[in-house]
Write a protein that binds this ligand. Structure first.
Ligand code: SAM
Length: 276
């Protein structure tokens, strides 16, 4: 019997019982594809759980839909990271989207996901999608005022994603948005990764005029408590209106819904205290 433990801090970890394990060493990271009893297939990068077949919908819906419904006409979308394809799949649920660029540094993640995680990666070959195997930080050097929505679907701020949680990178994201543009990022666990969380959110707050942080319950992520931050220089992302709720009605989702949307920024006190 095989058990796998993801050490979420030095003192605590998520443990799952595994049927089968596949190991690949890519140019950037160690990739583990685990077939688990409870969560189905699980993608692990450098020891950190990225996604599982059973709970992936929560993360991918919550990263994508708030930004996409708040934008009045999200035609051009960029996803940085996200090589498993789950965010791209959610983005394509919005009929206004004409073009999706995916910028993933590690080609192996895309390959493994296409082969072993078909329910997550199934839109990567959609004709609206172009894939760029590049470092997101460099990719943005050449893209100015182009995208309507940018989604930062990155692994933890260690290893290849480290620079993409810094102020200089968020400035590039802002520069790559065209008028009315909105970005959303995964910003770590406020409970077990307090410092990562605080740092990412505060850097975003320094760069954008409007911002808001929200949470989702994700069973396989540290402490199950996960955060996202949405931001814009043009759109007050903290406000809602009837049009957004109309758009939401037509979305086929399992976690994101009108009740979550209308109370999106209701945070537990200790979480708002961290990012005041
Ligand atoms: N849901 C995940 C989480 O929070 O654990 C993120 C999943 S997604 C698979 C993260 C992806 O970001 C990985 O495939 C990784 O290769 C990619 N990535 C890391 N650094 C990157 C960079 N500098 N540019 C583009 N992609 C990057």
């Amino acid at each position: 019997m095989i058990w796998f433990t993801e050490y979420q801090t030095k003192n605590t970890g998520l443990t799952v019982k595994v049927k089968e394990a596949k190991h690949i060493q890519s140019k950037y990271q160690e990739i583990l594809l685990l077939d688990t009893y409870e969560y189905g297939k699980m993608l692990v990068l450098d020891g950190a759980v990225q996604t599982t077949e059973r709970d992936e919908f929560i993360y991918h819906e919550m990263l994508s839909h708030p930004a996409l419904i708040k934008h009045r006409n999200p035609e051009r979308v960029l996803v940085i990271g996200g090589g498993d394809g789950g965010t791209v799949r959610e983005v394509l649920k919005h009929p206004e989207v004409k073009q999706v660029h995916l910028c993933e540094i590690d080609e192996e993640v895309i390959k493994v996901s296409k082969e072993h995680l078909p329910t997550i990666s199934n839109q990567l070959d959609n004709p609206k999608v172009s894939i760029f195997v590049e470092d997101g930080n460099k990719f943005l050097d050449e893209r100015k005022s182009y995208y309507d929505v940018i989604l930062l679907d990155l692994s933890d701020p260690v290893g290849p994603a480290e620079a993409l949680f810094k102020r200089a990178f968020y400035e590039k994201v802002k520069g790559a948005l065209r008028e009315g543009g909105i970005m959303a990022a995964q910003t770590e666990s406020p409970f077990l990764q307090e410092l990562y969380f605080k740092t990412a959110v505060k850097e975003i707050q320094k760069v954008f005029k409007y911002y808001g942080t929200y949470l989702a319950f994700i069973p396989t992520y540290p402490a199950g408590m996960w955060s996202f931050t949405i931001a814009s220089d043009d759109v007050d992302v903290t406000k809602t209106d009837g049009k957004e709720l109309e758009k939401l009605k037509n979305l086929n989702t399992k976690y994101f819904c009108d009740k979550i949307y209308t109370s999106l920024f209701s945070l537990p006190k200790f979480v708002s205290d961290l990012i005041k």
